[in-house]
Design a binder for this molecule. Structure first.
Ligand SMILES: Cc1cc2nc3c(=O)[nH]c(=O)nc-3n(C[C@H](O)[C@H](O)[C@H](O)COP(=O)(O)OP(=O)(O)OC[C@H]3O[C@@H](n4cnc5c(N)ncnc54)[C@H](O)[C@@H]3O)c2cc1C
Length: 377
């Protein structure tokens, strides 16, 4: 069995890459170790508006899979808060399992062979391609879109992610929160050092989670943070028993050192393609997954160079965001956020991070919310 390209991982990056390849007529197989691409996800699945504008793959996404969120309510450690919005800007909460199954069906319709329940474990260079074993055969090109702890990277000697945030999320059914059209974000260095907590009214569920720096792989600390976070926000949000709990690692060290070698490359989380500031990776996984698929298709049809040669040049550098991550890691101060959150420079900085532009601030509702939060403490 000879494939033009084998892509490992049927998630955002892998499905985007494979769909682009199949669209050019390439024989492409996606290996996914789960039996259901929509099962056991580890993400909140929030899409930024730019994804909808920049990723044609999502054209035709059924409206029932998304829910529009118009702004952010940002809470300081002392639970004072400010509302942020930017004209025309929005986020989309998603029915992420449904979205993933939709992407997988889209890929299959484009001609991608999906091999579900099949994990990638080995590859040997053979001629100018790879031999993946008797069951999987040979491929001319290999793509690792297999997430933060990439087996493709390990087996092929490529760069591996070394710095992570640890995320945990509870999902609650049959609950409605106040202010459901805002993404509620919480800063607290004691509970989530290095990142934030969040509450979002998703599609049919409420998602409540946090991410924090990972110290020595200590999963118990993450669970303890989650329990303390739920207790802290209980005066504002009450949820009952979670219908689902998920956890996962978020690479936050930028693009890995050796992201490609001849005829093999990494994309998405496997490449470290996550914003070190917002910890969002879906946008980049889809965008660069598609671009990578097109570049490999050009190469396979003789119209371009091996994209693995200088893929780093086409990947985001994330330089400024890594500087912000360093500052947040070393100088995050609850006192500073308590004192400064309501100030104009701080709201401006927060808007730039959330919306990539200056926001508008609805003073009266924010003051009202601050009052409500204070009263309920
Ligand atoms: C708690 C949490 C919340 C998050 N929330 C958001 C958010 O709201 N918005 C946002 O933009 N980003 C968010 N992220 C980050 C985002 O989820 C990732 O950046 C994104 O999923 C990366 O997509 P990917 O396709 O590169 O990899 P992944 O989504 O990690 O998919 C990798 C796939 O490869 C498969 N796989 C792994 N190893 C093998 C193997 N050996 N063989 C076969 N298959 C394999 C896995 O089963 C999986 O399906 C969050 C992350 C976490 C942990």
């Amino acid at each position: 069995m000879q494939q033009d390209c084998v892509v490992v991982g049927a998630s955002f990056a892998g499905l985007a890459c494979a769909t682009a390849l199949a669209g050019s007529g390439a024989r492409v197989t996606v290996l996914e170790r789960k039996h259901d691409p929509g099962g056991k996800l580890h993400t909140t699945g929030i899409l930024v508006r730019d994804v909808i504008e920049q990723v044609p793959l999502l054209d035709g996404l059924p409206g029932g899979l998304v829910r529009r969120i118009n702004g952010v309510r940002l809470y300081a450690p002392n639970m004072s808060c400010v509302d942020l919005a930017a004209p025309g800007y929005f986020f989309l909460a998603t029915d992420t399992p449904g979205l993933m199954r939709w992407l997988a069906a889209h890929a299959a319709a484009a001609g991608v062979t999906l091999r579900l329940g099949v994990g990638f474990t080995r590859a040997a260079r053979e001629g100018s391609g790879f031999f993946l074993g008797d069951d999987l055969g040979r491929t001319r090109f290999l793509v690792g879109a297999d997430g933060p702890k990439s087996t493709v990277a390990r087996v092929l000697g490529l760069g591996e992610n070394r710095h992570f945030l640890a995320g945990i999320e509870h999902e609650y059914a049959h609950v409605q929160i106040d202010e459901p059209d805002r993404l509620h974000c919480f800063i607290d260095r004691q509970l989530m050092p290095g990142y934030i907590g969040w509450v979002v009214q998703g599609v049919g569920v409420v998602q409540v989670g946090l991410a924090r720096r990972l110290r020595g792989g200590d999963g118990a600390a993450v669970k303890a943070s989650m329990a303390a976070f739920l207790a802290k926000i209980a005066p504002l949000f009450r949820f009952g028993v979670p219908a689902a709990v998920r956890a996962g690692l978020i690479p936050c060290g930028g693009i890995v050192e050796r992201v490609a070698a001849p005829r093999v490359l990494l994309v998405g989380d496997a490449a470290g393609m996550v914003s070190p500031v917002t910890a969002g990776g879906i946008h980049m996984a889809l965008k660069h997954g598609l671009a990578t698929g097109h570049a490999i298709a050009d190469f396979l049809s003789g119209r371009g160079e091996d994209p693995a040669r200088d893929v780093r040049a086409s990947y985001p550098t994330l330089g400024a965001k890594r500087v912000l991550r360093f500052l947040f890691d070393h100088f995050q101060s609850d006192l500073a956020f308590n004192l400064l959150l309501g100030t104009r420079p701080m709201r401006r900085a927060a808007s730039l991070i959330y919306f990539h532009r200056r926001g508008v601030f609805d003073e009266p509702p924010a003051r009202a919310a601050r009052g409500r939060a204070a009263r309920s403490r």
